[in-house]
Design a protein around this ligand. Structure first.
Ligand SMILES: *Cc1c(COP(=O)(O)O)cnc(C)c1O
Length: 388
């Protein structure tokens, strides 16, 4: 009966195509300083999350190669069986130090981390309160947990407080979920205020700092926006963005990390990361710890761009330019590619209907002259395309 399966897939694809929502994979070979080779063209990328260009850093690549030579290409089993090679502990200690926590646990990816952590902490009879623009994998982890999940309007503390006042007493535990730096909008969560709200209602705050580590709070992430560490007991993040490699993590107290190591199903039932991947992340986090001036560059570059276009000051290295319909965002992206700039269009369902956008990201190695050329091109040709 594969006929009906293929018919189903073909019809579904045609419907996506008609809505401009069909996705395609395009080979993109990235090189140093934001260069990316795509379909025979050398482009300058303004859409990588490799904010510190650490994926290309010679010391990071060397660490990966050395560890692979020494320990092999794969971990061979889950961490709880025999996959826990000796590099994990060093990386976890380094992450805990950077984030100001007692301990840390490394997962296969950020997505896997959220799918594992949340169900290990809450379940039926508990409440999850999540910001409306939380990353898809936070919400997926919440659904997997079977806790009651209520969404509060993006960054509206008053709405979150109202839900807690009305509903908190019905539930045993309560977990508040938010991105620290929002992945598609580049704005920041009010972390300190959310922490205070959580305290008042005996709730546990978990931040997804995928886009915070390495680039805000002096490189220590969104819990350190005001210098001192905010009262965030669960700091989750990924090793795949500013850290430049692959993997996910949770930084928390010793008992929480021990619980997660025993109960997070995506840790227990999934193979450990290869030694080369862990060694690369360890070297990259060491660079983040020791080179705060590098960590300040992506935001400074993003601000050069927003100031050049008279947009509100960038709050992170992510700058969205909302254009409206999906086809307009696609056309704008194609235009920029023709000019040598790689900037991808972000469309529904990743972002709400009618808010398709170009999502610009800025990296430490971008040259100011290239940013200025981008500003001029966007001002002249892209801003006039806006339908919002
Ligand atoms: C990218 C991202 C993730 C997923 O991390 P991966 O390591 O790529 O799986 C999780 N949360 C947010 C906010 C992200 O932007």
């Amino acid at each position: 009966m594969t006929d009906s399966l293929d018919q189903f897939a073909t019809a579904k694809l045609a419907a996506l195509e008609a809505q401009n929502l069909r996705r395609k994979l395009i080979d993109t070979d990235r090189g140093p300083e934001g260069m990316a080779r795509r379909e025979g063209h050398d482009l300058l990328s303004f859409c990588c999350n490799d904010y510190l260009n650490l994926s290309q850093h010679p010391a990071v690549k060397r660490a990966a190669n050395d560890a692979t030579e020494k320990l092999g290409a794969g971990a061979g089993a889950s961490r709880l069986v025999t996959g826990n090679h000796s590099l994990f502990g060093r990386l976890e200690a380094r992450l805990a130090r950077l984030k100001g926590t007692e301990d840390a646990c490394v997962f296969g990816s950020g997505y896997l981390a959220n799918l594992g952590i949340i169900p290990a902490l809450v379940g039926a009879g508990d409440l999850i309160l999540a910001d409306a623009l939380s990353h898809a994998c936070l919400l997926a982890g919440g659904q997997l947990s079977r806790a009651t999940q209520i969404i509060f309007r993006h960054n509206e503390l008053a709405h979150a407080a109202e839900i807690l006042a009305n509903r908190r007493a019905e539930f045993r535990h309560c977990l508040i979920l938010t991105d620290g730096v929002f992945s598609m909008d580049g704005d920041l969560a009010p972390v300190t205020e959310l922490a205070a709200l959580a305290r008042r209602h005996d709730a546990w705050l978990m931040t997804d700092d995928a886009h915070g580590i390495g680039v805000v709070g002096g490189g220590r992430g969104s819990s350190f926006l005001e210098g001192e560490k905010a009262d965030v007991p669960l700091q989750m993040g990924t090793l795949s963005k500013a850290v430049g490699g692959y993997g996910g993590y949770l930084c928390a107290s010793r008992p929480v990390i021990e619980l997660v190591r025993s109960r997070a199903r995506t840790l227990v039932y999934s193979t450990g990361l290869p030694a080369g991947v862990v060694a690369a992340a360890d070297k990259a986090v060491e660079i983040i710890e020791t080179e705060p001036e590098r960590c300040a560059l992506p935001l400074a570059k993003a601000r050069r761009f927003t100031r050049g276009l008279n947009l509100p000051d960038a709050q992170s290295p992510i700058v969205p330019l909302i254009l409206g319909p999906a086809d307009v965002a696609l056309r704008a992206s194609e235009f920029l590619v023709a000019q040598g700039f790689l900037v991808t269009a972000i469309r529904p369902p990743t972002v709400p209907d009618g808010t398709a956008r170009l999502r610009f990201t800025f990296c430490a190695d971008h040259h100011d002259t290239d940013i200025d050329r981008l500003v001029a091109t966007v001002r002249q040709h892209v801003l006039p395309m806006r339908v919002v």
